[in-house]
Design a protein around this ligand. Structure first.
Ligand SMILES: Nc1nc2c(ncn2[C@@H]2O[C@H](COP(=O)(O)OP(=O)(O)O)[C@@H](O)[C@H]2O)c(=O)[nH]1
Ligand SMILES: [Mg+2]
Length: 323
């Protein structure tokens, strides 16, 4: 009988199978398909959410057109802004959803419900598509891959509303907390405020992104640096200013200019780099593997117990209204 195993090394002069092309095959396929990345911004009115969304678009979309002014989609009425970017042959479909009006009432009891429902509705939609007999080859992904939570720059600590909302959001999505309007705090105030917020997060058992689970040695080096900076103290602006002949986004006051993308001035560029350059794939992956999976497991086990409990449940009764 001949040997069953094939010698794989071309050096040995025998069959070359080509397993080493798998990586390239995967890469080419991913590039062709492109990526979808969905962000949600959450926080009280007036904290600069819409401004930050526009800043993010300007610094990623408009920047590509040599800093020229580009008409921006309005986020006051339309809550979702969308851009399709193409760079180095990679297509990215970037969507940012704004949640106006959150926490604006005197009684903010359950004010997080519309946000939680929105996130869960996207999971439910995906699950519904996945369960269809004739499934789409590629299910449109509207799941929220990252939720940017805006903390008011009070310099004190997290408010009780922040704690209540964060406790709910961290169970269902990747949460990145940011200190809004960081230009209103001094450097010392920022450092102390960040420390207090980190302590509050630990005290309340709130898990923010990046999570410790499943990270390997390379990730953890990078993540340690990010964790030292979290919550990112950000500044947003959609106004271009001229600095030594270069156009930069910034906020001008009587005492000087805060440059949005200057890492010495605030953490906006750190946040953007994490979201777009270093952790996008991980945010997308962990949403699918962890948060969506939890949702799916809960829904399907509820369904299963309903079916077991009532022998003759019609599958029609288990449509999306119960999901
Ligand atoms: N000082 C300061 N003001 C900001 C910043 N971002 C936005 N603003 C201002 O805060 C106000 C409310 O901003 P907006 O983006 O509409 O907040 P939203 O209600 O959270 O969407 C506007 O006057 C903005 O110009 C910031 O980073 N620093
Ligand atoms: Mg707004």
């Amino acid at each position: 009988m001949p040997q069953a195993s094939l010698p794989l090394s071309p050096a040995e002069g025998v069959t070359y199978v080509g397993i080493d092309t798998l990586q390239e095959q995967t890469r080419v396929k991913a590039l062709r398909r492109g990526y979808t990345f969905n962000l949600l911004v959450v926080g009280r009115s007036g904290l600069g959410k819409s401004t930050l969304v526009n800043t993010l678009f300007k610094s990623t979309v408009a920047r590509r057109k040599s800093g020229e002014e580009e008409p921006l989609p309005s986020t006051t009425e339309v809550k979702t802004v969308n851009a399709s970017l193409m760079e180095g042959g990679v297509r990215l479909n970037l969507t940012v959803t704004d949640t106006p009006g959150f926490g604006d009432h005197i009684n903010n009891e359950n004010c997080w419900e519309p946000i939680v429902s929105y996130i869960e509705a996207q999971y439910a939609q995906y699950l519904k598509e996945e369960q269809k007999v004739d499934r789409l080859l590629r299910i449109p992904d509207t799941r929220i891959h990252c939720c940017v939570y805006f903390i008011s720059p009070t310099g004190h600590s997290l408010s009780s509303l922040d704690v209540e909302v964060l406790k709910r959001l961290d169970k269902i999505a990747n949460v990145v907390p940011v200190i809004a309007k960081a230009d209103t705090l001094t450097i010392e105030e920022r450092v102390a405020f960040k420390e207090r917020i980190r302590a509050d997060l630990i005290d309340h058992g709130i898990q923010v992104y990046p999570l410790h689970e499943h990270e390997d040695a390379d990730d953890s080096q990078e993540n340690i640096k990010i964790r030292e900076r979290i919550p990112f103290a950000v500044v947003g602006s959609t106004t271009w200013h001229d600095v030594h002949g270069k156009k930069v986004l910034g906020r001008r006051s009587n005492w000087g200019l805060v440059e949005v993308e200057n890492k010495g001035h605030n953490d906006f560029a750190f946040m953007r780099d994490m979201l777009i350059r270093t952790h996008m794939q991980d945010l997308i992956g962990s949403t699918a593997e962890r948060h969506y999976e939890n949702f799916r497991r809960n829904k399907l086990s509820t369904k299963a117990s309903i079916v077991n409990g009532q022998d003759a449940v019609d599958m029609k009764d288990l449509d999306e209204s119960k999901i």
